[in-house]
Write a protein that binds this ligand. Structure first.
Ligand SMILES: NC(=O)c1ccc[n+]([C@@H]2O[C@H](COP(=O)([O-])OP(=O)(O)OC[C@H]3O[C@@H](n4cnc5c(N)ncnc54)[C@H](O)[C@@H]3O)[C@@H](O)[C@H]2O)c1
Ligand SMILES: [Zn+2]
Length: 347
């Protein structure tokens, strides 16, 4: 972690030096970054109480949340304290949910350490925990005061997770930014500068463009997620979030073509870009499509026996109904057909 990552004069300005704060991370991140943060916080005279959770999705549980809450209460975390979340999307969700609920809400600072968390999770104000019944079924909303986005933070991350995170950038490109799709095609995974550039473009475009009252802007964040989350849930850790939504976006593109919302070129562009990044595009053959549908039924927007999901009409643009709503309804039969069409590509 080079010192230049933090402009010491301006970062952590929301963190009050007179209080104790909570530094929340997972054990993988602690192994590679903790000593650097300890030194940095000592230099900045930031007192913190360290909480290290297990890595992985299972830490986004009520049990982990409760145990962290109790530790906050036992260690003098108060209204002037900040939750500083250092880690991937899992830590971000747990830190965000904690900060938004402890004492009815305290300050939140996020230091995302995976590309996925940098281009997507950390710049989203929604924070979620899982239930055994499904992903992200409990949630809250809180704007972080400060977010540090920097590609040097994931130097230690293996290439699988770098690719996994870029799936969220590809999502933004497909939904609203065809120029980013061109940038992505030129990315060499080994080149830090390119990845940094993709992250910059994704983040700045999104922060500038986000209108939380606009259906297409909100929809863009969850493109491919209704099906992707179902696959992620069924895979029980076998897929990364980005991997699962890559397949979800391909199946959704099949669905768009099938229902006349888009064309063959848009479908082809989906498969091509994910394949170029070695991201999965096909629903594993061993998954029963009826089980996938049952998992889709737990999606937050599912109602009246229909999946509500956004669809790309042409690259860079989401389809909307007459009222401008980008969440379009799909019945079981057509979703199962799209899953089958996707699987018919398995050689
Ligand atoms: N709106 C939102 O809040 C939002 C958006 C997208 C994803 N998410 C959530 O984010 C989670 C996925 O995030 P993720 O892909 O970052 O997963 P993750 O947090 O599980 O991190 C992936 C792995 O990398 C490790 N790791 C993280 N940073 C590292 C580093 N710098 N060096 C070495 N190892 C490191 C972690 O310990 C973990 O094992 C999911 O739970 C998803 O639901 C939330
Ligand atoms: Zn996502």
């Amino acid at each position: 972690l080079d010192a230049a990552v933090f402009d010491k004069a301006s970062f952590f300005t929301s963190v009050k030096r007179s209080s104790v704060h909570i530094l929340l991370t997972d054990s993988n991140v602690a192994k590679v970054l903790l000593d650097k943060f300890e030194k940095l916080f000592a230099d900045l005279r930031i007192n913190f109480y360290l909480v290290v959770v297990d890595p992985g999705e299972k830490s986004k549980s009520i049990q982990t949340y409760t145990s962290v809450l109790e530790r906050c209460a036992d260690h003098g975390i108060n209204r002037l304290s900040t939750v500083i979340g250092v880690g991937g999307g899992v830590v971000k969700d747990l830190a965000g949910f904690l900060a938004s609920t402890y004492l009815r809400g305290i300050n939140l600072v996020l230091i995302p350490t995976t590309p996925l968390a940098q281009v997507d999770a950390a710049i989203d104000w929604r924070h979620s925990l899982n239930l055994p019944e499904g992903k992200n079924l409990i949630g809250s909303i809180l704007a972080p005061s400060e977010i540090l986005v920097n590609a040097t933070l994931f130097k230690t991350l293996n290439q699988r997770w770098v690719r996994d995170g870029l799936a969220e950038s590809i999502k933004l490109a497909l939904c609203q930014n065809p120029a980013l799709l061109t940038t992505l095609k030129e990315v060499k995974l080994s080149s830090e500068e390119w990845i940094a550039q993709v992250i910059d473009v994704s983040v700045s475009k999104k922060i500038v463009a986000m209108d939380r009252n606009s259906s297409p802007d909100l929809a863009m964040l969850v493109y491919g997620h209704a099906i992707g989350h179902a696959l992620e849930h069924l895979a029980e850790g076998g897929f990364g979030h980005g991997e699962a939504i890559s397949i979800g976006m391909c199946v959704t593109a099949e669905l768009s073509l099938l229902t006349g919302l888009s064309d063959q070129a848009s479908l082809n562009a989906h498969y091509e870009v994910f394949q170029a990044f070695d991201l999965p595009t096909l629903v594993p053959i061993e998954y029963d499509i009826h089980h996938i549908w049952s998992a889709i039924c737990t999606d937050k927007r599912f109602r009246d026996l229909k999946m509500y999901a956004p669809c790309v009409q042409t690259i860079g643009k989401l389809a909307t109904d007459e009222s401008g709503d980008a969440f379009l309804p799909f019945e079981e039969e057509v979703v199962l057909r799209a899953l089958e069409l996707n699987r018919s590509r398995i050689k």
